[in-house]
Design a protein around this ligand. Structure first.
Ligand code: ARG
Length: 610
């Protein structure tokens, strides 16, 4: 029996509709859904209404005809038509039991493994050297890591690509400023580095219309600095930064050493925050802009010799058929751009790593950049791996994190909120909540030592932030509301974590051996919980195809609700019948496994006790 029962039912109905309408092989959609009302069945097909109308047939008659053609007798009770033409499908108990046994016996909980042997490259984090992490990087990191875990969960090889902004003029400007001010680079704090970055930017600021427009469109710091420095009437500071960049590019040993110190200083603080976040991102995932510096000339040559890049006022641009905006790949002074580096990265990821899926988790302001990039890569043929697989390139343009005032999140003093301050606040909230609860004598955390309580608090606080970030449609802006995020009630991370911890303590109170127990479909809530569990694979694959982690969040929340309803209606340890008792413990255990697995895919830890 396959765990993809829903898709088997769907396929059978699709065939039925196609036969009934003589549309064989047309791929009509039977609109199979989970039933709204379990009394009517487990699934319902709503396809007859639309299809009947479209093909001039009474929907009810169409539905009757379809059920005459479809044979699901091996797994379901006779199909029934209701209302204007709904088809109700109720699975046989034995079918459901067989599926849940199979899911429970599988260490992978029925999640189908991918057959694609190509790796996936996920562009995430993307911090800039000499700058503090801010909430934008927080989103890129959380979402990127969750997507990476999703792919790993189905057996794909994933490259987490941290495309650090560690090369080019912005960095040269900071380095120039630091050297000029005689700062000791060995004992540099990130704050001092950050200040130097800001000063360097201010020093180079000039009035020019292109720049103004870029700012109005909020094109992002990278692009703005590029434009700023393109201004012909460059200031003296810029000239020395340019000179410094040339020396750096030529490999001046002393400068390279100093440049490495800036990276070290930045990454030390970045990894401190990432450590709190429980993401699998370390120094081994750094492949920043500087990695591609020797590739850039060759990349441009390839475009030129392929006739894809043309001269435009001394610069080289790639033009696209369907829009005016060209893509600049070499400036008139011979310098390369952010885009050139990204082209080199696409070539590396598809042609060297052999990835057939490139995912860029970068905020929505860089939409145009990625559109140009993907189109240019297709023009030159990097939309296929060396073994001929089609490459899928996706930009996930996530929305901004907003404050109460619905404006991008700022501190009271008006500066950008740093990641570490945000994380620390979340952790403090989590710890405070745990301490409060543990003072109750009956709490499972009562009497635990400080360090353990602190660990749980961190897991809750960080879990809360991550869940809040992932549970919305990614492209939408969302309001950062710490109170709501850390609440133990509602659609929150802690609510789901709490269910897992409660189940754990429930199971630990069962003194009998339940491992060999048989699942039982007694009460409607039991059946509903099992039906929810059986959707795990379908939901997971749907999330993977759409790259929408919020689908898993919503489903886990529904699972938690289904468990709570079951627990309300079905006594577990106190029920008389021993077989029923053991079956319920077993069901609770499966639920716990799925909750923990689902949270883990989202990068959220499951505290043992709460
Ligand atoms: N460092 C860039 C920024 O902060 C983000 C990097 C995104 N990744 C990429 N491959 N362009 O704007």
């Amino acid at each position: 029996m396959s765990l993809n029962i829903q898709s088997s039912v769907r396929d059978a109905l699709q065939n039925g509709f196609e036969e009934a309408l003589s549309l064989q092989g047309e791929g009509v959609d039977p609109l199979l859904r989970k039933s709204q009302n379990p009394e009517h069945g487990d699934y319902q097909s709503n396809g007859a209404m639309g299809l009947g109308k479209k093909h001039g047939m009474n929907p009810r008659e169409l539905a009757e005809k379809v059920i005459g053609l479809v044979d699901l007798s091996a797994i379901a009770h006779p199909l029934e038509v209701a209302g204007p033409g709904f088809i109700n499908i109720k699975l046989k108990d034995e079918t459901i039991l067989e599926m849940v046994r199979e899911m429970d016996a599988d260490s992978g909980l029925g999640i189908a493994q991918s057959e694609d042997a190509h790796p996936v490259a996920i562009d995430l984090c993307g911090v800039n050297v000499a700058k503090q992490l801010h909430v934008g990087h927080l989103r890129s990191t959380i979402i990127g890591d969750a997507l990476a875990r999703m792919f790993e969960r189905v057996g794909r090889k994933v490259y987490r690509e941290n495309h650090l902004g560690d090369w080019g003029l912005p960095i040269a400007m900071v380095l120039e400023r630091l050297i000029a001010s005689g700062v000791d680079l060995d004992s540099l704090s990130l704050d001092a580095l950050n200040d130097a970055y800001r000063d360097a930017q201010l020093g180079a600021r000039m009035d020019s219309r292109g720049l103004q427009r870029a700012k109005e469109r909020d094109a992002g710091p990278h692009r703005i600095i590029e434009l700023e420095t393109q201004n012909e009437s460059a200031s003296e500071a810029q000239q020395s930064a340019k000179d410094l960049l040339i020396a750096l590019q030529q490999g001046d040993a002393k400068l390279v050493g100093e440049w490495e110190k800036l990276i070290e200083c930045t990454m030390r603080s970045v990894f401190e925050s990432l450590g709190l976040l429980n993401v699998k991102i370390g120094p081994e995932h750094n492949r920043g802009e500087s990695f591609y510096r020797e590739h850039l000339g060759g990349i441009v040559d390839e475009f030129v010799s392929g006739g894809l890049a043309v001269e435009d006022g001394g610069a080289l641009v790639v033009r696209f058929d369907n829009r005016d905006r060209p893509m600049l790949i070499r400036k008139s002074d011979g310098g390369f751009l952010y885009a050139t580096t990204d082209l080199a990265a696409i070539k590396f990821r598809t042609q060297t790593l052999g990835a057939d899926q490139l995912i860029y988790v970068v905020d929505a302001r860089q939409r145009d950049h990625f559109k140009d990039l993907f189109d240019a890569a297709a023009l030159i043929g990097w939309d296929k791996t060396p073994d001929g697989a089609e490459v899928d390139m996706v930009h996930i343009p996530f929305g901004s994190v907003l404050g109460d005032d619905k404006k991008p999140l700022k501190t009271r003093s008006g500066s950008n909120v740093t990641l570490s301050s945000l994380l620390n606040e979340a952790i403090e909230r989590g710890v405070a909540e745990v301490l409060k609860r543990s003072s109750d004598e009956n709490a499972p955390t009562h009497g635990m030592d400080e360090a353990s309580l602190h660990t749980i608090g961190r897991q809750i606080g960080i879990g809360a932030i991550k869940y809040a970030d992932l549970s919305n449609d990614l492209v939408r802006d969302y309001v950062f509301d710490m109170d709501r995020m850390v609440a133990f009630e509602g659609n929150t991370g802690p609510y789901i974590q709490y269910a897992g911890a409660r189940i754990r303590s429930l199971i630990s109170k069962c003194e009998d051996d339940w491992s060999g127990a048989e699942f039982i479909l007694g009460e409607p809530e039991e059946r509903a919980l099992i039906m929810q569990l059986l959707q795990y694979n379908a939901v997971f694959q749907g999330m993977l195809n759409s790259l929408e982690p919020h689908r898993l969040c919503t489903w886990l929340y529904d699972l938690t609700e289904a468990f709570n309803a079951f627990y309300q209606a079905c006594p577990v340890l106190k029920v008389e019948d021993k077989e029923v008792k053991l079956s319920r413990v077993k069901l609770a255990h499966l639920t716990k496994r799925v909750i923990e697995d689902g949270l883990d895919v989202l990068g959220i830890e499951s505290p043992e006790h709460m």
